[in-house]
Design a protein. Sequence first.
Length: 182
Amino acid sequence: MIKGFYDTHKSEISFLITGSARLDYYRKGGDSLQGRYHYYRLHPFSLNELASTPGKKDMTDLLDWSQIQTEGERFENLVACQLLKYCHFIEDTEGYKMELRFLRDTDKREIDFIVLKEKKPVFAVECKTGERKVNPWIDYFRDRTDICEFYQVHPGEKDFGNAHTSVRVLPFSTFCREMNMP
């Protein structure tokens, strides 16, 4: 139905289809919309976008985090959404295969997020609500993996550490700005 309507009225009307529509579902069939649409992922506002909007709001005001009870879990969810958005952006603009994963061993030592580019680790991110204590598992995994960049992000203001100290601890907003996240 969409295909026929588009073919009939494409010069008169612009179409915007949102939601979970799978326009590429019939890729191999005669009812395909192949070549008739552009696929865009739509994400919530980023921290950079929020900084440029009048009456700057906290990110949590724009998304419904109300189902998440603890501050730490809400913050980790925010970071996860931003990192996933970053992965999608790199895939869509540069064509690399990106993945967002976590790292946990059999003894339950864990790093919250690992960003992979073409199946190779690019950087790791640990989320903490506090600004001081560095996750001890960062050094553990740094010694045992090929991950060369480790970051620990927090919602505060302190920024310290570097590659020589094995981890950079920094505010999440600074991390997003320095990583040129969308």
